[in-house]
Design a protein around this ligand. Structure first.
Ligand code: FAD
Length: 416
């Protein structure tokens, strides 16, 4: 995040995040990438000890009552360690706890949020199923009402932190009426790791290794009724707020993940020679660096603007659009940033002598998880048409369509 947009307090907490980044041993990064560490508990415990997890939340539950701009500054710094660090940092504290803080009871906040923010327990978010992630409301994992508890059966896949989590935020079907709208059929639950919950660590991931990404199988798991988050059949409301940290947070941390790539490329191209000249003096090289720097700055601007939109309480359809377009633009732009960085470093950039190849592999996830780019475009289009054709069209200051010579040739304006 741009320093000149941050207050002294925000800068101080950004610097705390930088201290945590310095604390991480090099070997931890290497071991995670090699799957020698399957889930970085020590990292999350340290983040919790430093009170850096969930800084947006009320102090009562362990947060620091900071805002979304501060969250952006922290997530960018954490992202510089590697995408998987930001994934595990975000999933428990930023996503799962956000849902419990906004929709859960005080009992759930006390039991599940406070210890997580202290770095003592860990959580994962379970939306995606083997049958699909984009069509989230078509989920088939089911929770049947058995009087004093729900009986949970089904499975989820690609769950970041699944390997190390003590509890899971699970979306499951509770309304089996075939005539019901899909948005009225799911409930969100907190599910403890316990009898009937099985974790399978089975993915050979391209990148983002060491984040505990797992398949979770639920077999006749008894979930107490008090563990419902929000209303029964009301998961739509929970998801509607949770998609903000999920997608805006993803965007913010992706900026951090891309940043080291362009820093490495800048240093390299300022020293490396070809044809007897420093390669940064070739426009073919320096313009690729310039493009990357421009994209990163544009990403930060967009992240900041959308963060302010959320903080100032804009109407939900506008927030959904802004968050979706921000997630798509930033994740795709940052992939281009890393692509350019590797290109200008040349062959050695493709080896493990530089971490560019790891960053390249890791960051590819950004435009797939927490909603694909295609789904982001779908939401952006949907909300834009609703917003423009609804309120905006009636309140626009001028009818620009009339500013054409033949604007009133109604017989030429054929629409079907
Ligand atoms: C490493 C990793 C970590 C993950 N972490 C988590 C996690 O912690 N929790 C969790 O719940 N999930 C997680 N996911 C799942 C991720 O969010 C999903 O993979 C993603 O939402 C896409 O779902 P899918 O893989 O089932 O693809 P599908 O939904 O099958 O989509 C396949 C393709 O079709 C496109 N598509 C689908 N529908 C449409 C449409 N209507 N219009 C246009 N295109 C469409 C998609 O954009 C995509 O390109 C993770 C995934 C990975 C790989």
């Amino acid at each position: 995040m741009f320093e000149y947009l941050l207050t002294k307090e925000q800068l101080a907490i950004r610097d705390e995040a930088r201290e945590l980044v310095k604390w991480v041993p090099r070997q931890m990064i290497l071991d995670m990438d090699q799957d020698r560490i399957r889930f970085p508990k020590e990292f999350l415990a340290e983040a919790g000890r430093r009170n850096l997890l969930g800084c947006r939340y009320p102090r009562q539950w362990g947060g620091r009552e900071m805002d979304w701009v501060t969250t952006a500054a922290i997530l960018e710094e954490i992202g510089t360690l590697g995408y998987e660090f930001a994934c595990v940092f975000g999933v428990g504290a930023e996503l799962v706890c956000d849902a419990i803080i906004l929709h859960g009871t005080d009992h759930l906040k006390e039991k599940y949020v406070r210890p997580l923010l202290r770095g003592e327990i860990f959580a994962a978010e379970c939306l995606t199923e083997p049958r699909g992630g984009s069509d989230f409301f078509g989920a088939t994992t089911k929770a049947e009402d058995r009087g004093d508890h729900y009986l949970l059966n089904g499975q989820k896949r690609f769950i970041v932190g699944g390997e190390g989590a003590d509890y899971f935020l699970v979306y499951a079907r509770t309304n089996f009426d075939p005539a019901a709208k899909p948005q009225d059929c799911l409930t969100a639950f907190v599910v403890d790791r316990g009898p009937g919950v099985e974790t399978k660590y089975l993915y050979g991931l391209m990148g983002c290794r060491g984040g505990g990404t797992a398949r979770i199988v639920f077999k006749n798991v008894m979930v107490p009724k008090e563990n419902v988050v929000g209303q029964v059949n009301g998961a739509y409301a929970v998801f509607n707020t949770m998609m903000i940290p999920e997608r805006l947070g993803t965007a913010m941390m992706t900026i951090g993940a891309a940043r080291p790539a362009i820093e490495i490329a800048t240093k390299y191209t300022a020293r490396r020679k070809a044809f007897g000249k420093i390669i940064a003096t070739f426009e073919g090289v320096s313009f690729q660096v310039a493009e990357a720097v421009m994209l990163l700055d544009a990403c930060r601007s967009m992240a900041y603007t959308t963060a302010r939109a959320v903080e100032t309480g804009q109407e939900m359809l506008r927030i959904r659009r802004l968050v979706s377009e921000t997630k798509k633009f930033i994740t795709e732009s940052c992939q281009k940033v890393v692509h350019n960085a590797m290109q200008v470093v040349g062959g050695i950039g493709y080896t493990n002598v530089f971490p560019l190849e790891r960053i390249y592999r890791d960051i590819r996830l950004a435009s797939i998880w927490t909603g694909t780019s295609e789904v982001m475009s779908m939401i952006t289009a949907h909300e834009w048409y609703r917003e423009f054709l609804g309120k905006e069209i009636r309140t626009r200051p001028r009818d620009h369509e009339a500013d054409a010579e033949e604007a009133f040739a109604a017989e030429e304006k054929i629409y079907e």
